[in-house]
Every structure is written in structure tokens, then in C-alpha cells.
Design a protein around this ligand. Structure first.
Ligand code: NAD
Length: 419
């Protein structure tokens, strides 16, 4: 992993950069750069051996001017207050880019989930849900999965909330299992929006996606689905993928679905029998490919590493995978970066569809979910490229923030100020 930039400072820098092009007063801009509130709590959990452990946890509610706070819950030893604040802010701008009626939130627990049994994880999650209960709700704040959380954790949060509130409220979280009120297409949604962004990007740049070579860093929910869809729906050649154990490479093309099955069976992509070679993660990020997809964690590429990036196009599946310095380096070297707040917005967009279905108690077939998602991502892509051209902006990230900041500014102006 590269040099550590503070992700909250990165977010604020990105907002400042965009604000130059948008008519937002300084004082209102300050509001858009800070969370409205952050819950910090210490969860006490009984472990299987009867001892008690304390886990630090956060929930940041960044901005609610456009709707309820919305964002995932991450379980990772590297979770910090600033990381959660940054991730919650990115959600505000992400919901703004794809124009869905949500603000931004994010939560996290400082934990290595692999060290806990399923029972311990359930008690930890229910303990967090109990702390969250007063501040979340279908119209207040709607958590979702993020790194190391998924349907199982969302079902536990929903069940805890509903039990304590003595009600049914499936829309209190999204990313649930279908049987618990989840949406068709949700599991694949983030990878699908990465695929759609790559398709639109190559079309916009007048490049052929079918002959493109692709490398994917991080092979979890976002990365592996993106790789599979880019291969199956766009016909591109996924030549290398990695996870925290290292990278596998085959210049003739990997079978993205088969690598995922190998990871499901063994826990890692390394050891995939049909790869021609294995190397380090860093080597994957500097491969000479047409399309690079960082899909692991933030700050994967810093300024130094960016100087060695040889890909022509970067589509960000992870949140904040480039430091601001890396962003500048890639802009200067004319690598086209399509930003996280557009590319991975499929997750929150289909979360929105899940919530709409929960509120209506009327469920859509997968084809409708995928069609609506495609419409949102293509419209957002077109809005972003229009801003890029109209404001003569240096890169597409700046364009995405400009679009989102304009929408946020309008929402705030129209609501007025409460004393
Ligand atoms: P995940 O836990 O399913 O997968 C993360 C993957 O990254 C794993 O394969 C892990 O081994 C790998 N990884 C971790 N450290 C690495 C390293 N140093 N080098 C290479 N690989 C490494 O998580 P996810 O849900 O796929 O999320 C990945 C990123 O996408 C995060 O930044 C997350 O915030 C973002 N994201 C996810 C969703 C979603 O719906 N899942 C939505 C929006 C954004």
C-alpha cells in the first residue's frame, strides 16, 4: 500500500477544487465540507470464551440536504474516524452525481472480522445496531454493506432495529437478502456500474472496448463482478486480477468467473491453476493495460506509484483509490480517470431501488432493476462529460464534483437556513 494520505483531507481538497467552478458562497461551502454529526461508540461484546471485548465504532452523517443519510458499514482494522467521515462525504457527492434523493453517511467498526466466530460477529453487529437505533430509520439514515459486510450483517441490523422498534421496516437497511426484502440485482450493482462506466468511457474516448486489456486490483464484491461483466458483456480481456494475497496474470485472458470460484474455494486469487504467472499487487497497478480498475481500498495509488501507471484509462471501483497527488500526476500524463463517485454508484443506486421497493412493498424483476440502473449511470455519465466540456475542466473527477456540488447547493438554497 502506498503512502497514507488522510482521506478526509483528500475529500475536502476535491470539494475545494470543484468549488472554483460553482457558484457556492464560502460559508455554505464550509457546511458541505464537514459532517453534520459523527457517532463514536465503544461496543462491548461477549466473546465465545465468556470474556468481554471492546470495539470502537463510528457512524458519520455527513449531509442530509437532499434526503436521508445513506451509506455502508465497514468492518476493518484500519477503520478510523477520519476514514468514516471521508467515506460519508463521498456518499453525498456520489448520490448527487447519479441524482438520487439521498444525503451521505458511513459507518465502521475497528475489527478484523476474520478473527471472530459467526456468533461473535452477530453479537458485535447487533450491539452496533442497538447503538445506531436512535439515529437510523427508513427516513433518517439507511446503512448498507461495505468492506467485509454483506447481506448477513444487514439482515442482523434490520432484525435488531425491527425488534427494538416493534415494527417492520425493511427499508432501514439496504443490501439485504432477497428473502428479507432485498432487491434483485443488488449484489451485482456496483460491479455493473463499473462495467457501464467503462463501456461509456471507451465509447466517449472513441476506443474499442472489445480489444481492451484489463487489470483489476481487489477481487471482492466490486472487483470480481466488474471483471466478470466486463468480460462477459463487453468482451474485453481481463488479463490480471489481485487481492490482498497477490496478483495472477495471463496475457491471453483469465476466466474472471473461474478465478472468483477459486477465491471462494481457497480464500485467495493466488494459486489459480490457469494463471501463467503471479506477482505483487504493486506490479498489477503499473501493468501496461488499456483499463485499470482499482477495486480494493482507498489510497492504493499515491503520487510515486502514479508516475509508473501505464494504463490509458482508470475506472475507480473502490472509494478514493487515488491520493490527490496521484490524481494530479495522472491528469498531467493524460491518463483518463473516471471517478469512484460515478463508477461505483451502482451500489447506492440499486440500494435506492431496494428502498423504493421496500416502501411500496412491490418488488421488481431483475431486468427492470438493471434497465433503471443503466439509465441512471448513462444519464450521470452524460451529465459529467457535459460539465467536463462546458467548464473546460482538467479531469472527470472535477466534473463529477461540479455536478454534485451544483445539485447540493440548489437543494440547500431552496430549503433555507434553520436557526
Ligand atoms: P470486499 O471486502 O468484497 O473486497 C475487497 C477486496 O480487496 C478483497 O478481495 C481483498 O482481498 C482486496 N484487497 C484488500 N487489500 C488489498 C490490497 N492491498 N491489494 C489488493 N487487494 C486488496 O469489498 P468490496 O465491497 O468489493 O469493496 C471494495 C471497494 O469498493 C471499497 O473501496 C468499497 O468502499 C467500494 N465499494 C463497494 C461497494 C459495494 O457495493 N460492495 C459499493 C461502492 C463502493
Amino acid at each position: 500500500m502506498a503512502e497514507e494520505a488522510n482521506p478526509f483531507e483528500s475529500l475536502q481538497e476535491q470539494i475545494d477544487d470543484a468549488a472554483v467552478h460553482v457558484d457556492v458562497p464560502e460559508d455554505v461551502l464550509e457546511r458541505f465540507k464537514h459532517p453534520e454529526r459523527v457517532l463514536e461508540t465503544n461496543l462491548t461484546v461477549e466473546m465465545d470464551d465468556g470474556s468481554l471485548s471492546i470495539f470502537k465504532a463510528f457512524r458519520s452523517q455527513f449531509n442530509g440536504d437532499r434526503g436521508p443519510y445513506k451509506g455502508g458499514v465497514r468492518y476493518h482494522p484500519g477503520v478510523s474516524r477520519d476514514e468514516v467521515k471521508a467515506l460519508s462525504g463521498w456518499m453525498v457527492y456520489k448520490c448527487g452525481v447519479v441524482d438520487i434523493p439521498y444525503g451521505g453517511g458511513k459507518g465502521g467498526i475497528v475489527v478484523e472480522p476474520r478473527d471472530l466466530s459467526t456468533g461473535e460477529l452477530e453479537r458485535l453487529t447487533r450491539s452496533f445496531a442497538k447503538e445506531l437505533r436512535p439515529i437510523v430509520g427508513e427516513d433518517r439514515d439507511i446503512p448498507a454493506p461495505d468492506v467485509n459486510t454483506g447481506q448477513r450483517e444487514m439482515n442482523w441490523i434490520k432484525d435488531t432495529y425491527e425488534t427494538l422498534e416493534n415494527t417492520t421496516a425493511p427499508g432501514v437497511v439496504t443490501g439485504k437478502a432477497i428473502e428479507s426484502g432485498g432487491s434483485e440485482g443488488r449484489v451485482e450493482a456496483t460491479g455493473r456500474s463499473v462495467m457501464l462506466t467503462a463501456r461509456e468511457a471507451f465509447d466517449y474516448l472513441d476506443r474499442d472496448i472489445e480489444s481492451a486489456t484489463v487489470a483489476v486490483q481487489g477481487y471482492g464484491n466490486a472487483g470480481s463482478v466488474a471483471a466478470k461483466l466486463i468480460e462477459s458483456e463487453l468482451g474485453a480481456n481481463v488479463v490480471a486480477v489481485s487481492d490482498s494475497s497477490g496478483a495472477v496474470h495471463d496475457p491471453g485472458g483469465l476466466d474472471a468467473a473461474a478465478v472468483r470460484s477459486h477465491k471462494d474455494e481457497t480464500g485467495t486469487v493466488t494459486g489459480y491453476p490457469d494463471a501463467s504467472e503471479e506477482f505483487s499487487n504493486e506490479d498489477l497497478l503499473t501493468m501496461d493495460v488499456d483499463l485499470l480498475i482499482p477495486a480494493a481500498l482507498e489510497n492504493a495509488i499515491d503520487g510515486d506509484l502514479a508516475r509508473d501507471v501505464k494504463a490509458d484509462v482508470v475506472v475507480e471501483a473502490a472509494n478514493g483509490p487515488l491520493t490527490p497527488e496521484a490524481d494530479d500526476v495522472l491528469t498531467e500524463s493524460e491518463v483518463y480517470v473516471f471517478p469512484d463517485i460515478l463508477a461505483n454508484a451502482g451500489g447506492v443506486t440499486v440500494s435506492y431501488f431496494e428502498w423504493v421497493q421496500n416502501r411500496q412493498r412491490f418488488y421488481w424483476p431483475e431486468s427492470r432493476v438493471n434497465d433503471e440502473l443503466e439509465r441512471h449511470i448513462v444519464d450521470a455519465f452524460d451529465g459529467l462529460t457535459a460539465a467536463f466540456e462546458n467548464h473546460d475542466l482538467p479531469n472527470f473527477r472535477r466534473a463529477a464534483y461540479v455536478v454534485a456540488l451544483e445539485r447540493l447547493g440548489r437543494a440547500y438554497r431552496e430549503s433555507g437556513t434553520w436557526p
